[in-house]
Design a protein around this ligand. Sequence first.
Ligand code: UNU
Ligand code: FES
Ligand code: FE
Length: 443
Amino acid sequence: MDDLIDTKRGLQSASMFIDPHLYEVEMEKIFGRCWLFLTHESAIPNYGDFVTAKMGEDEVLVVRQEDGTVKAFLNVCRHRGARVCPVEAGNRRAFVCNYHGWSYAADGSLAAIPFEKELYGGKIDRCAHGLKEVAKVDSYRGFLFGNFDPGAISLEDYLGDVRWYLDIWMEASGGVELIGPPARSIVHCNWKAPTENFVGDAYHIGWTHASSLAASRSMFAPMSGNQMLPPAGAGAQIATRFGHGLGILYDVNPGVHTAQTAEKILAWQATKKDKIAEKYGELKARFYGSHLNGSLFPNVSYLWGTNTLKIWQPRGPSETEVWTWAMAEKDTPEDLKRDIYNGLHGSFGTAGYWEADDNDNMESASLLPTGWQSRKLRLNAQMGIGNDTVMDEMPGVIGQAAIGETSYRGYYRFYDEILKLPSWDAFDLNDEGWKQQLIDADR
Ligand code: UNU
Ligand code: FES
Ligand code: FE
């Protein structure tokens, strides 16, 4: 595993997409210890409201408590392990297992066992058989995350510097809402393939999406077929401490939307921009009107401007279940919200034309390395090495071009670090050395 990731040279082993042993290590060391996206607060506003979610391959129940807090539990009965709650969302005071009828309260405690006295003679320890609780649940600006590791750093620390960028769309915009339920689909790819694409691949837009661009008449359309390279100063890429990363294309927020919807979005944003500039400064106001593509480590992706939030759920090394939400600024007028919702599901939904463009690449990049010789190849993420820097006005390591692979390198640098980390106790939050590692990469 030692030469899996070569941060110094910006290379990754192709075996990371198919190695079944590595996959198990990822489930334990990454999905067992990182903050994983669950749902949005607004999906479960009232006591007893719940949704099911996935944390890695584990299915969890996310439940609003009587005191307003949120808890999450493995959706697994403590009797014989059957699924406790078979539906995706609803409101319950009790969750009754389908198999023998053990019943759990909203706080996960085992409330009732059919014929408890007669069949167990009062000898079963009910307190020891509550639903297994997820160690930590926390919310960032309405986005709920869970963590299986009681020793994990806080969600706030884990997001760290990327919060500066998230706040553009999570806060300065007035806040966003997810329009659920999410669309779901299966892609035959490794979970990291789409995550790395969203963390920082502006390169593929003009080529992979050439015909979608031509057909959509969107703001990105001039890139169709690589007819045009975004000029100097058209964008930037950012890597932050925990593998999070994003790309910015300046001043083209509704980049993927059709010309008609884009026009409405631009008009709507123009009414808000001055106030945002006043409160958050000119730079954030510019970013508000820009297109942001990003991933949060390990497996959440977003497109601000394309109104998308996605989670890439691993189902073995070569299969991923995708959940796609439309997201919109909370205060968007209803008719525009509907246009955005339809536009998003038509482009990046399950049967979206942009999504279909991508899936072929995700699948081939993930499945070809099953070949014994192919898996020995190194994948190349060297684009822009030598141009990475730090800046006063923007946190993280900045790649100074619209197209580059800075955030790929940042993503896999942390991937490597957490696979090797014995525990969060051994982690130094104040260590800034990671920035120099990225800046010093030299092929
Ligand atoms: O999907 C992406 N990686 C992306 C989409 C990046 C930039 C703009 C739109
Ligand atoms: Fe990039 Fe083939 S050109 S994967
Ligand atoms: Fe794409």
